[in-house]
Design a protein around this ligand. Sequence first.
Ligand SMILES: NC(=O)c1ccc[n+]([C@@H]2O[C@H](COP(=O)([O-])OP(=O)(O)OC[C@H]3O[C@@H](n4cnc5c(N)ncnc54)[C@H](O)[C@@H]3O)[C@@H](O)[C@H]2O)c1
Length: 348
Amino acid sequence: MPAARRVRRISFTRNSATVLLPLPGPPFTRVGPDASTAHMTRLLTERYPEFRSIDLDVRDADGVDSLWGRHAREIELVVHAAAQPSHDWAAREPQTDFAVNANGTLNLLEANRRHAPGASFVFISTNKVYGDTPNRLPLEELDTRLELPEGHRYHGGIDTSMSIDASMHSLFGASKAAADLLVQEYGRYFGMPTVCLRGGCLTGPNHAGTMLHGFLSYLMRCTVAGESYRVFGYGGKQVRDNIHSADMVEACIAFHRSPRAAAVYNIGGGRESNCSMLEAIEICQRIAGAELSWELDDAPRRGDHRWWISDLDEFRADYPEWRIRYGVEQILREIYEFNAERWAAPVS
Ligand SMILES: NC(=O)c1ccc[n+]([C@@H]2O[C@H](COP(=O)([O-])OP(=O)(O)OC[C@H]3O[C@@H](n4cnc5c(N)ncnc54)[C@H](O)[C@@H]3O)[C@@H](O)[C@H]2O)c1
């Protein structure tokens, strides 16, 4: 593969297509209007003349095929980030969830195979493909977080050797796991340059967080706006690693510069960027200079991880130039600086 390729990103969402990130509008905002990415479509359209947004549903196989057919020779990199992204919502409409996450991914892969098989195909997968297996780790309870003992093989982070079998995934985890396997298969069977980036928490100042989705963004919003926040289970000591969208984009670009077939990596903030819920609340309060009103619901969400930190060494071994540039504190500071004024304003 050439060492440096011109980078062009294409990702698919209902309202978007050629070029850059996921977007969309109300019908596809399954976790509520606050999580809509439509404002980002508008912003990108206004700011970047080369950005084009196309209204397309990934379930529309003919539409996807025809779009790929029209742009076949231009397509170099596909970043597939379109999804029904909520665990909790998936159980309400399993068929819709599977049609979007699994069949939608198949439609993109097949169009890519037919029209642009040499294009790098990056699938934004999830650590939920491991189901609740991480919950069997022998965690110790510390003052502010659950933690793995230092000598444990996954202390530095969980790698892709963890089994995805024999665990409870949630219907969302199952549809994403189906998509993840398809992406690997198109790499292995057809020799296409595909990668599954199994994300921990993906976030950043533009994240449209809402209850049960996008926790750092929603937590900061509640702190600034004076809304109350509900923590589900584990005494607030559950741990997540958090990756800034800019570091995630760099990972996609690193893969595209040197693609390989059927690659799979866990990706998140790793040891460099992780926090428990209690620790995140403390940082939010300090940055916002305000107290968050929050309550603990003893019942955890079904299948929710008690502890997740991604092992980043597998990705770094193949892409040594890539690194985490943002820690949790910096991510929360950006979320605050970009949004505080808007969130603090009284609703008219
Ligand atoms: N946010 C996280 O912490 C996280 C963690 C791991 C993986 N991921 C993955 O990252 C990707 C982006 O998720 P997000 O958290 O930014 O959520 P998001 O809701 O902001 O993005 C999902 C996008 O997919 C679009 N979409 C939904 N149904 C569609 C359809 N039928 N056709 C076309 N587009 C459709 C939505 O409109 C939205 O723009 C998803 O694949 C998700 O599974 C996210």
